[in-house]
Design a protein around this ligand. Structure first.
Ligand code: ATP
Ligand code: MG
Length: 456
C-alpha cells in the first residue's frame, strides 16, 4: 500500500474530522487481524460473528499499528490519538478501500463465478506479471473483508490488480465491485456452489452478473461463451464483450486440446499453448488470461511463454509425487461442477497404474444433496476409476450411484470420516497408482494427504 497520512484517512472515514495529534502520522498498510498486524498498519476493529476486533486493539498497537479504527464509544484508551472512531467499522473499511482504489491508476480485473475464481485469477496474474507489474488477491481474499485488504495491496507503481470477488448472497458482488471498480470483468462459470443460499442457478447467475453491471462502457466483459447463461450475462453490461470457450461461436476458441505427461496443450488463433497441469478445466482459466493479456497489450507469444510456467494453487488440482504415487490434491473444496472436472482429470490420466478417487461430501447443496451425490457416483464409474473411497454422510449415495452405473461393489469402500479410510487406502495403493483426493472444505480431506506423507 502507498503510505497515507492518518489525517487523510480520517477525512475519508470520519466525514472530514481531523485530529491535530495525527498531523504527521502515516499508515503503511491495513490489517483486521492483530496477530499479523505490522508496524505502521491501520488496524480496523471488525466485529464478526465469532470475534470482536475491539478486544485486540491493544495487541495491534503493541505490534506497532499506527492507529486503530474503532466503533464510537467502544474503546476508552489513554492513547486515544491512536483511535479513529466511526459509527460502523465494517462500513469504514469499505469506504477506505473505495477511496484508496480511486487513487490508483492500476487496471483492475475483477474475477467472479461459482467455481474457478482463484484458479483464474492466478492464471491471469501469471499471464500478466512477466510483462507488467501488479498484484493478485492474496490467498482466498474475496469477501467484504478480503476485497478491501486486497485493494490495499495496490501501489501507485502497479499497472494491474487482479481481484477475486465472491458472493454468498444477492447484492454482494455489486457491493464488492463498487469498491474494486474493475475495468475488466471475468465471470468464470455459473454452477452449483452455495445453492443452499441462492436457491436456483438463475439466482446465482443474477448475482454473478452484478459484476458486469458495474463495468464502465469502456471496459471489457469476458464471458464464458459455452455457459447456458452466457447471453443473459452479456446482456447485463454496456462494456465491450469477448466470448471465450471451446465452442465455435466464441471470439477466443481453444481447439486441439490434449492432455499428456507434460500438461494440457491447446491452440487459440493459431498460437500454441502448454499449461503444465492436469485438468481440461484449466483451459477456461487460460482463455480468460489470454483475453485479459490481449486487452492490456501483451503479445500472444509472451502469454504462451508465461503460461508454460504456471503453477497450480495448492488444493486446486495440484499434482504431486508422494513416494511412488501420483497424488492430485484437490482438497480445497468441492461442488458438482468441480467434481465433474475432477472425474475428467482421472479419465484423461495417462499412466498404467490404478486410478483411485478418495471423495468427501459436497456440502451446502440444499434439498437435492442426495441426488447430486448419486450423480457423482455415476460420473466416477464413467471416468473409469478403479477404486472409489467415499466418506461422509453422503458416502452411501455416491456408492449407490457408482454401483447403479455398473461399478463393482468390491471396488467401493465407504466410511463416516476420511481418517477411517486412511489405512484401507494405503493398503491398496501400489507404485505407479494415481490418487485424487477431494471434498468440501468442511470435510478436511487434506488429512489423507498428511497420512500419505507420514508413511512414505
Ligand atoms: P471459492 O469460492 O471457494 O473461492 P473458487 O471459485 O476460487 O472457489 P477455485 O479455488 O479456483 O475456485 O477452485 C475450486 C475447485 O474447482 C478446485 O477443485 C478446482 O480444481 C476446480 N475448478 C477450477 N476451475 C474450474 C472450472 N472451470 N470448472 C470446474 N471446476 C473447476
Ligand atoms: Mg477462491
Amino acid at each position: 500500500m502507498d503510505r497515507i497520512s492518518i489525517n487523510t484517512i480520517s477525512q475519508v472515514i470520519q466525514r472530514g474530522a481531523t485530529n491535530p495529534l495525527q498531523e504527521l502520522a502515516e499508515v503503511a498498510g491495513i490489517s483486521i487481524d492483530s496477530r499479523t498486524a505490522k508496524e505502521d498498519d491501520l488496524f480496523f476493529a471488525i466485529q464478526g460473528k465469532r470475534f470482536d476486533g475491539h478486544q485486540f486493539v491493544n495487541q495491534a498497537l503493541t505490534r506497532g499499528a499506527a492507529a486503530c479504527v474503532v466503533k464510537r464509544g467502544e474503546v476508552t484508551d489513554p492513547g486515544s490519538q491512536l483511535l479513529l472512531e466511526v459509527d460502523d467499522v465494517n462500513h469504514a473499511l469499505m469506504q477506505f478501500a473505495r477511496w484508496y482504489r480511486e487513487q490508483q491508476s492500476a487496471r483492475v480485473i475483477g474475477v467472479t463465478g461459482s467455481v474457478g475464481k482463484t484458479t483464474t485469477r492466478s492464471m491471469i496474474y501469471t499471464a500478466l506479471s512477466s510483462c507488467l507489474t501488479g498484484i493478485q488477491s492474496p490467498a482466498n481474499f474475496n469477501n467484504e473483508f478480503g476485497v478491501p485488504l486486497s485493494i490495499a495491496g495496490i501501489e501507485s507503481s502497479h499497472q494491474f490488480a487482479v481481484l477475486e470477488l465472491a458472493a454468498s448472497h444477492v447484492g454482494e458482488i455489486r457491493e464488492l465491485a463498487a469498491i474494486a471498480l474493475p475495468q475488466i470483468g471475468v465471470i468464470t462459470a455459473i454452477g452449483h456452489s452455495h445453492l443452499e443460499h441462492f436457491g436456483t442457478l438463475q439466482q446465482i447467475a443474477e448475482t454473478k452478473g452484478e459484476l458486469f453491471e458495474q463495468l464502465p462502457a469502456t471496459g471489457l466483459a469476458i464471458v464464458c461463451g459455452d455457459d447456458p447463461f452466457a447471453d443473459c450475462l452479456a446482456s447485463r453490461t454496456t462494456a465491450r464483450k469477448v466470448r471465450i470457450g471451446l465452442g465455435e461461436n466464441n471470439d477466443l476458441q481453444a481447439v486441439s486440446i490434449e492432455q499428456d505427461q507434460q500438461g494440457i496443450s491447446f491452440r487459440v488463433n493459431g498460437q500454441q499453448y502448454l499449461l503444465p497441469v492436469v485438468g481440461r478445466h484449466f483451459v477456461n482459466a487460460a482463455l480468460a488470461a489470454i483475453a485479459v493479456a490481449r486487452e492490456l497489450g501483451i503479445s500472444e507469444q509472451d502469454v504462451a511463454e508465461s503460461l508454460r510456467n504456471y503453477s497450480t494453487v495448492p488444493g486446486r488440482c495440484h499434482q504431486m509425487q508422494i513416494g511412488d504415487w501420483t497424488v492430485i490434491d484437490d482438497t480445497y473444496n468441492a461442488s458438482p461442477d468441480s467434481m465433474r472436472a475432477a472425474c475428467q482429470v482421472l479419465h484423461d490420466h495417462v499412466g498404467t497404474g490404478k486410478r483411485i478417487m478418495v471423495l468427501g461430501d459436497m456440502l451446502e447443496l440444499g434439498p437435492e444433496t442426495e441426488r447430486y451425490h448419486r450423480e457423482l457416483g455415476i460420473l466416477v464409474c464413467q471416468a473409469g476409476v478403479d477404486l472409489l473411497f467415499a466418506c461422509g454422510k453422503q458416502a452411501t449415495s455416491v456408492a449407490q450411484g457408482a454401483r447403479s452405473a455398473g461399478m463393482s461393489h468390491t471396488k467401493i469402500i465407504t466410511a463416516a470420516d476420511v481418517e477411517l479410510l486412511a489405512e484401507d487406502v494405503t493398503d491398496l495403493l501400489e507404485p505407479g497408482d494415481v490418487v485424487l483426493v477431494k471434498g468440501s472444505r468442511g470435510m478436511r480431506m487434506e488429512r489423507l494427504l498428511q497420512h500419505l506423507q507420514q508413511i512414505v
